[in-house]
Design a protein around this ligand. Structure first.
Ligand code: ADP
Length: 192
């Protein structure tokens, strides 16, 4: 099964992806994590993305499409994957559909976590207060910009996947376990 977890920055996609990895054995393919690993490793790709990511801008479509295709061809994705933070633009979604079609696969379901902006800002502020390890793009100012980028470039995917009949919208404001339960119910519905 190939799933897309979709939603604004800080909606909880990573948390729910990890749950899907544990319960269904589907690897989490997070372009954000892959890009941060490339920055950490100091690769040319990492260096080319570092400034854009720190500002909350998107990196070029070709960059993420390339790293996703390479990752998807690893053997652990043979039964599918959870795409987290990808696709983020309509061209990325079209490229993903093509990549899967070439491999005889498809996206089965797109799970949208709906969370309002005020709650997302409150989450980033509480992370700052808690003083955990913060990402360079995890500040209220950059989050506001990441949200603008989300509404402009990424939100159009809601219509794209609705038209394909694959979109399931979930209440991402609910407690973590309740969101997980909604995902389980959506997957059971899709498998039935
Ligand atoms: P979040 O969902 O919290 O915004 P991510 O870890 O998914 O965080 O992404 C962090 C940053 O990495 C984005 O703001 C963007 O700069 C870059 N990025 C991640 N995935 C993509 C993508 N699919 N397309 C373009 N840029 C991406």
């Amino acid at each position: 099964m190939n799933l897309v977890l979709f939603g604004p920055p800080g909606a909880g996609k990573g948390t729910q992806s990890r749950f899907l990895t544990e319960t269904r054995g589907l690897p989490q393919l997070s372009t954000g994590d892959m890009l941060r690993a490339a920055i950490e490793a100091g690769t040319p790709l990492g260096l080319s993305c570092k400034a854009l990511m720190a500002k909350g801008e998107l990196v070029p479509d070709e960059t993420v499409i390339g790293i996703i295709a390479e990752r998807y061809d690893r053997p652990d994705c043979k039964n599918g994957a959870v795409f987290d933070g990808f696709p983020r633009t309509v061209p990325q979604a079209e490229a993903l559909d093509r990549m899967l079609a070439e491999r005889g696969k498809k996206i089965d379901l797109v799970l949208e976590l709906k969370v309002d902006d005020a709650a997302l800002l409150a989450r980033v502020e509480s992370r700052i207060k808690a003083g955990g390890v913060l990402r360079s793009d995890d500040t209220p100012e950059t989050l506001k910009h990441r949200l603008e980028v989300y509404y402009k470039n990424t939100a159009p995917l809601i219509g794209f996947y609705k038209a394909q009949g694959k979109l399931v919208s979930l209440d991402g404001m609910a407690p973590i376990e309740k969101v997980t339960a909604q995902i389980e119910a959506a997957l059971k519905g899709a498998e039935a």
